[in-house]
Design a protein around this ligand. Structure first.
Ligand SMILES: Nc1ncnc2c1ncn2[C@@H]1O[C@H](COP(=O)(O)OP(=O)(O)O)[C@@H](O)[C@H]1O
Ligand SMILES: [Mg+2]
Length: 273
């Protein structure tokens, strides 16, 4: 296998138990470089558990996970972040008392080689140049997500939709090769969802980031994903293009509780403006 064919991420036989709860059972899949890959499934299906196994927050009870061909199963989340795995969190608040700008700068701190930004050394060691470059990149992210107008605002005062956008900015600021988005549109109104979907597509197409997304809105998932994996009760029940997954009888059953024979409408594909 040439380097170009090496998957961005691969899970081999991943199982995860919490005491008596079997959150994941023998899940194998891979994500190609440049893909926008979605994980869907009913509540409790193991989606967040899987993403946590990618980020390193959870360690599989069995099986292995590989990032760019490297076995990262035993690595901490910080180590994996340094290798290029970034994420937003389903419920992690921003630093509410800090400005939007500072929240995003925090996301980049580990990228700074020079950490002594005060005192005389700052001017002589390249630390100043480094900080200026760093600020330019942060401004680029702010422009991309169209949050210039709130860059000096205190994060805690922002609307829900804007807060989610700042969280995304903070994750992007780490310059990850693989970004994990756990329900990035949860709780958003239609307009906010459409905006977020467009940012995610641009992130994938223009910034070249490989994206893993958990999302409940089937219209969005089917519209923007290259491939979709479906989990149910911790097991993979389908994987493929949106069309393949929508046509899969097991997926129809999981979502609609219908019989194989019955004709019922699958989740509809919708356009995102
Ligand atoms: N930290 C944990 N401790 C105990 N059980 C957990 C933990 N995280 C998840 N689970 C259980 O694992 C199963 C899968 O949960 P989760 O991955 O959050 O599902 P999803 O994101 O698809 O809704 C559920 O039964 C959930 O209760
Ligand atoms: Mg979840």
């Amino acid at each position: 296998m040439s380097a170009a064919d090496t998957p961005m991420f691969e899970a081999r036989g991943v199982s995860l138990r919490f005491g008596g709860v079997q959150a994941l059972t023998d899940v194998s899949f891979h994500i190609k470089k440049g893909e926008l890959f979605s994980i869907i499934g009913p509540n409790g299906a193991g989606k967040t558990s899987m993403v946590n196994c990618i980020s390193g927050r959870y360690r599989p009870t069995d099986g292995k996970v590989y990032f760019k061909g490297q076995d990262v199963t035993g690595m901490t989340p910080n180590h994996r972040a340094a290798l290029g795995i970034g994420r937003t969190f389903q419920n992690l608040a921003l630093f509410g008392h800090m400005t939007v700008l500072d929240n995003i700068m925090v996301g980049r701190h580990h990228l700074l080689k020079n950490n002594f930004l005060t005192g005389a050394l700052y001017w002589f060691t390249g630390a100043r140049q480094e900080e200026l470059a760093h600020r330019r990149e942060v401004e680029e992210i702010i422009d991309f997500l169209e949050i210039q107008h709130v860059r000096k605002a205190t994060a805690g005062t922002l609307s829900y939709g804007l807060r989610k956008r700042v969280e995304l900015a903070r994750a992007i600021a780490l310059k990850p090769d693989l970004i994990l988005l756990d329900e990035p549109m949860a709780g958003m109104n239609l307009e906010e969802k459409e905006d977020m979907a467009r940012y995610i597509v641009d992130l994938n197409e223009e910034w070249g980031m490989t994206v893993v997304m958990i999302e409940h809105d089937m219209g969005v998932v089917m519209d923007i994903s290259h491939r979709v994996m479906v989990l149910e009760f911790g097991k993979k029940i389908a994987e493929g293009s949106p069309e393949e997954v929508l046509a899969d009888p097991r997926v129809k059953r999981a979502y609609l509780g219908e019989d194989d024979e019955e004709e019922a409408a699958p989740p509809q594909k919708q356009e995102v403006a």
